[in-house]
Design a protein around this ligand. Structure first.
Ligand SMILES: *Cc1c(COP(=O)(O)O)cnc(C)c1O
Length: 442
């Protein structure tokens, strides 16, 4: 466990998050339950914002809200003075409904729908990151109709290989995202956008992957982006004002992962900022307005999921399963990527682990596991399992598979808990179902 003041074992020997005893939370709100530590979220947002203090080109940190999107998180981001990176009409709607300022929103997507672009421009989002020629056409048309000049960035693929899981790596030459710099298509696309009368090309965007720990990957990506900006200046006479370097900063999930503190994240950013500053100096470019888009590192370790052990199956000599009341419907990441997690028995948090178990979900699917190799004390039915670092890409990837209810989400601070997302009901599940009239019983 990556312990901190707001995630620790308390005097009762229980896991405590945000000053709240997890056993009490499980009693009050039931399980499965997503729990978020508000102080940690704010701390990370402040850490990123403060990292740019001495950067003279101007900056805005964008919370990559696909990691965890609900109205409350946009409200927190707004209070902390950061912007938001949004990837769909649904996220945009959620942010706007929470009163998030449209001008601090950047819209992403490799295939944004016309309806999404229309909603974005009608709401006057600050920036759209263009990722196809047809999108530039559509966007130009909508901007004309709206009577505005829309600020855009061009998504490029700088061709940096970040050391991370292949499925979440986005900057290899075969990525569906961005225009490769190496083969000249990024430059062609920049030229194309510059012909659009209702679009204002501000600069470029790149995102090199996720769960990255190598500072060098970010430095190299920044250097390549700057080199590309220099190329645009020299060949097209276009000098970029803005550079968005994406997100992807890694977090602690399980043994083997580095344990990072806010200071370490500040260092990631310093590396990146020095790369930009030096690159600009070497190439005679003015310092661009900078964005970064951390998602996972803001909410990942802030979140945990609480479950109750409902069944235990010991397949002698082979494997022992603890079956919990959640599973792939609240956390599909093991199924998708074989992601690793750590877990702790929240009600017996100070007991010494004695055995290795698999934690299984309740879905009708053999692959429905939270993970395969958890070191825990000998668990009993009714024990509360806390799976840690589930704040990013868990709730946001949750589904109603098997018509299980997506667990509620609570936000804890100084021992007090509030709903961010209230519990679903069975009624919610059938809300949009329709039985065609010819199937209805007379
Ligand atoms: C996913 C994504 C991010 C956030 O990545 P994290 O690993 O959660 O920090 C940022 N920018 C873009 C464009 C993304 O696709």
């Amino acid at each position: 466990m990556n312990e901190r003041e707001t995630l620790k074992i308390n005097r009762q020997g229980h896991l405590e998050i945000g000053g709240a005893d997890c056993v009490d939370l499980a009693k009050e709100f039931g399980t499965p339950l997503y729990v978020f530590d508000e102080r940690y979220i704010r701390k990370m947002m402040q850490t990123y914002r403060n990292a740019f203090k001495n950067y003279e080109g101007g900056s805005c940190v964008l919370y990559a809200s696909k990691a965890f999107s609900c109205m409350g998180i946009y409200a927190i981001a707004d209070e902390e003075g950061i912007g938001a990176d949004i990837v769909s009409g649904g996220e945009l709607y959620t942010a706007l409904k929470a009163g998030f300022p449209a001008e601090k929103i950047t819209l992403h997507g490799n295939n944004k729908l016309r309806s999404e672009l229309e909603l974005a421009l009608k709401s006057r989002v600050g920036t759209v990151v263009v990722d196809s020629a047809v999108e530039a056409d559509t966007l130009d048309g909508i901007a004309k109709t709206e009577g505005i000049k829309q600020s855009v960035l061009l998504r490029i693929n700088p061709g940096v290989e970040a050391h991370t899981h292949a499925y979440v790596q986005t900057a290899t030459p075969d990525s569906k995202f961005g225009f490769p710099v190496a083969n000249g298509s990024a430059k062609k696309m920049a030229e194309y956008i510059l012909t659009k009368k209702n679009l204002v090309l501000k600069g470029v965007h790149c995102h090199i992957g996720s769960q990255i720990f190598e500072k060098q990957s970010f430095a190299v990506a920044a250097q390549k982006c700057i080199a590309f900006l220099a190329e645009l200046k020299n060949s097209l006479g276009f000098e970029a004002e803005a550079l968005n370097l994406g997100g992807g900063f890694g977090i602690y999930y399980a043994e083997g992962d580095p344990v990072l503190t806010p200071k370490d994240y500040t260092e990631f950013l310093s590396t990146l900022i020095s790369s930009v500053t030096e690159g600009c100096k070497e190439n005679g470019l003015r310092l661009p307005f900078l964005n970064v888009e951390p998602g996972r590192s803001i909410v990942g370790e802030a979140g945990i999921t609480l479950y109750t052990v409902g069944a235990i199956k010991d397949i002698a000599g082979i494997k022992k399963y603890l079956a919990v009341d959640g599973g792939m419907f609240d956390n599909p990441r093991y199924c998708l990527y074989h992601s690793k997690y750590s877990a702790i028995l929240a009600n017996r948090a100070n007991e010494t682990p004695t055995e290795y178990v698999s934690i299984a979900g309740k879905c009708c699917e053999s692959g429905d596991l939270i993970g395969d190799h958890f070191n825990l004390p000998k668990a009993e039915i009714g024990d509360i399992v806390a799976v840690l670092s589930t704040g990013a890409y868990n709730y946001s990837m949750a589904s109603n598979y098997n018509r299980n209810l997506i667990p509620p989400v609570i936000l804890v601070k100084d021992g007090k808990a509030e709903y961010l997302v209230k519990p679903q009901t069975y009624e919610d599940l059938t809300r949009n179902d329709i039985v065609p009239s010819y199937l209805k019983k007379a």
